[in-house]
Design a protein around this ligand. Sequence first.
Ligand SMILES: [Zn+2]
Ligand SMILES: [Zn+2]
Length: 362
Amino acid sequence: MCSESDPGRATNRKKQSFSVERVATRRKRMKVAHGEVEKCDAFDALPDDLVLSILCKLSASAGSPADLINAQLTCKRMRSLGMHSIVLEKASMKALTFRARNWSENAHRFLKMCSDSGNVEASYTLGMIRFYVLENRASGASLMAKAAINSHAPSLYSLAIIQFNGSGGSKSDKDLRAGAALCARASFLGHVDALRELGHCLQDGYGVRQNIVEGRRFLVQANARELAAVMKSQPVRWQTEVAAAESSPCSLLSDFGCDVQPPEVHPANRFLTEWFAARGGDLGAGLRMCSNQGCGRPETRNHEFRRCSICGVVNYCSRACQALDWKLRHKTACVPVGRWNIDGAVAGGGDNGPADHLVEQS
Ligand SMILES: [Zn+2]
Ligand SMILES: [Zn+2]
């Protein structure tokens, strides 16, 4: 029998006790460690560079502003990194697309931050909004110029229209040479409307030395690019396949015997169109909108835009808008009203519509 005073048993008990304490301590440590693991989110362990890289890809592929904003709302860190300049610089055109009805100070601030980060689409969109909607001409033109310096074709073309029309100033502020030079730069970058505008400038000697052959070449190139763009983006239905009963076939490429939808409108132009449509298209003070439905540009002074000399009821900011609207709608609506204002004006003449029939208004 072993008594309590047995030194061997006492030693064993001591060892057992020590062993239990060690197990308890180990468990305690494991519990602490487990608690630490729970507290330490794996996301927090990711380096900033990696998170920024993911946010840049999200920003570049975003289908709407909400895609980026929802990611920023997930936590404080995502909000902070989501507003980093390299993320905003990469923001896609769709991430910067705001509808006119959703316009707010926050949207304005977001576009400004993207523009400040070097995003040319943001500079262009905000430039158009400031110039035509908020009537902050200097700031709007400056933002478009900032994008134009970085070879943003729509900005170059919009600045060309401003120069051709003397928008934001008086009639004497027109600078045809500057307009043609900006058009040439945008044409070089493949901008279809700029190609068409430059073609007409060369044909007419408008802001450049007249060169009819070269002008014709630009117009053919504009049509070819337009055809290539629409055939790439949508299936083409040859007119023989289109049911005769179909109510309103698009006539964009009707000259080529096929029906396609008009080219996609830039979000900045769609914003302008929606903004002024929400106000009933009434600009006040006798000002009018460009009659090309996808343009959205308003006059900045009376009689700024040229009108169709045949019917006298439509007005265009540019000959590119006139040529496109002629193919899409006006060809079937234009009715002569005895206002043949310029020599040799013939309804429907020319492959590009009556671009020659636009007259300046006094
Ligand atoms: Zn227009
Ligand atoms: Zn007309």
